[in-house]
Design a protein around this ligand. Structure first.
Ligand code: AHR
Length: 496
């Protein structure tokens, strides 16, 4: 039996739990928007054509912010195509996903959906094929109260109140050669800086995200962040990180340890940003918006069809997640929380159908993927402050990262209680976890749940939507506090 222990102490605060850690992402990609959040003919559709079943699941997931409209899509997007009477909106080629964009949903519909879902909109501007003027136009249209041509146009389109969008991404993955309008770090850094400067003239309170690297394996990783921030340091608040992980060549051990790369990514970007800050003699700190993260079977994704085929809302990137994916995903979420001092915003990519926790059938059912559960539980139970926990755990050897601990954990603490989130990465046995909670006073375990299954590749489907779901963990001992974490499991242990 594997044995591990950790100590919970409210004195070991990392940072407050950031609600924006629980952001997600809606891109005009595949069926994320159309037949995802929006499907006018669906039996649950509301008066605006939004699927109520998806709205309910979005609320249950506990989403804070939603990034929109892309992603790669944004780098060819003309935002004004998506406003005004729907029947007059143009149909366009979407180069990013080789699809036809009907523009039935645009910024006004998206913000209306956000209000219904109770989430904060986070908008990206196109710095691929467009620039400062179009970003300013969108900002004026969206946020200026009234009295100018663009703001009055929004009012005439039915949105009397300004949208009040605070967080703006200055483009998307501009380091990637796949991006329409891909740029060098200097080119992008200058454009991001001047776009930010102009947007701040409209509203100095905006929170602006400069594009960082599309992954830690990009050839320009490190130098990209440094050059972009040298140009834009005083004008932006965040640098973005994007990371996707998948099980490759049957190497489950390395896959389960994917958060090791995420940890390295975060610490490298923090060090780079602080280095630039030091050279600029700035006291300001740039934080991280980890605005795309997930498990994504990217190697299984092959182009979007025949060259002459430009479908509307085709099924793209519809990964079906298994237990191993959910446990790895839980480890990534733990890493984001552990770094809450500098990762102050994040967006799970994406929300529905496209590498998503929520799946739908067109005209039919919606269900929770395995990855839904770690996200929903963490969003619901993470409260107050993030506590640093330093588990003492046995390790295992991985091909990709060397020795990695079997246990990965973080805790949060508020006057209402303390919650421990933990994954057991072991594929061969349970982990007996001893919790030293003396510093919390006389606490007891009020709830322990575990997400596990004898088949690590078991999934949820429309016909069997609850095969993988959190269940009560019966293996709990009161004193000293001890919980048995099943092999390959995501666990939530609540103390009060
Ligand atoms: O989330 C899917 C895609 O991944 C996004 O469009 C892009 O930004 C990233 O490469």
């Amino acid at each position: 039996m594997h044995q591990a222990k950790l100590t919970l102490d409210p004195a070991f605060k990392v940072a407050p739990v950031r609600r924006r850690t629980f952001g997600t992402f809606v891109e005009h990609l595949g069926r994320c928007v159309y037949t995802g959040i929006h499907e006018p003919g669906h039996p649950t559709a509301d008066e605006d054509g939004f699927r109520r079943d998806v709205l309910d699941l979005t609320r249950e997931l506990g989403v804070s912010t939603v990034r929109y409209p892309g992603g790669n899509f944004v780098s060819g997007y003309r935002w004004e195509d998506g406003i005004g009477p729907v029947e007059r909106r143009p149909r366009r080629l979407d180069l990013a996903w080789h699809s036809t964009e009907t523009n039935e949903v645009g910024v006004d519909e998206f913000v209306r959906w956000c209000r219904k879902a109770g989430v904060e909109p986070m908008m990206a501007v196109n710095l691929g094929t467009r620039g400062i003027a179009e970003a300013l136009d969108l900002l004026e249209y969206a946020n200026h109260p009234s009295g100018t041509t663009l703001s009055d146009l929004r009012v005439a389109n039915g949105a009397k109140e300004p949208h009040g969008i605070r967080m703006w991404c200055l483009g998307n993955e501009m380091d990637g050669p796949w991006q329409t309008g891909h740029k060098t770090a200097r080119e992008y850094g200058r454009l991001a800086a001047e776009t930010a400067r102009a947007m701040r003239m409209v509203d100095p309170e905006l929170e602006l995200v400069a594009c960082g690297s599309s992954s830690s394996s990009m050839p320009t990783f490190g130098s990209w962040e440094a050059e972009v921030l040298e140009e834009s340091y005083d004008l932006v608040d965040y640098i973005s990180c994007h990371a996707y992980y998948e099980e490759k060549d049957g190497d489950l051990g390395s896959f389960l340890a994917s958060s090791t790369d995420m940890e390295y990514f975060i610490s490298s970007v923090v060090a780079t940003a602080d280095h630039v800050g030091a050279r600029l003699k700035s006291r300001k700190k740039i934080n991280i918006s980890f605005d795309e993260w997930n498990v994504w079977y990217l190697s299984r994704f092959h182009d979007t069809g025949a060259p002459q085929d430009w479908p509307v809302a085709p099924p793209l990137l519809e990964d079906h997640y298994n237990l191993a994916d959910a446990v790895t995903f839980g480890g990534l979420l733990i890493t984001l929380l552990r770094n809450s001092d500098r990762v102050t915003a994040a967006s799970l990519a994406q929300l529905v159908n496209v590498i998503a926790p929520i799946m739908t059938e067109p005209g039919g059912r919606a269900w929770r993927q395995t990855t839904f559960h770690p996200f929903a539980q963490a969003s619901r139970h993470a409260a107050g402050d993030v506590l640093r926990v330093e588990p003492v755990s046995p390790a295992y050897e991985t091909k990709a990262y060397g020795e990695v601990p079997l246990l990965h954990a973080v805790a949060t603490h508020s006057p209402e209680g303390t919650t421990l989130f933990a994954v057991n990465r072991s594929t061969d046995g349970p982990l007996s976890l001893e919790i030293d909670a003396r510093a919390l006073g006389g606490v007891r375990i009020v709830e322990a749940t575990t997400l596990t299954d004898p088949d690590v590749y078991a999934r949820n489907t429309a016909d069997d939507p609850t095969r993988i779901a959190p269940r009560p963990n019966p293996d709990v001992e009161p004193g000293p506090l001890r919980v048995l974490l099943p092999p390959m499991s995501w666990n939530v242990i609540r103390l009060a």
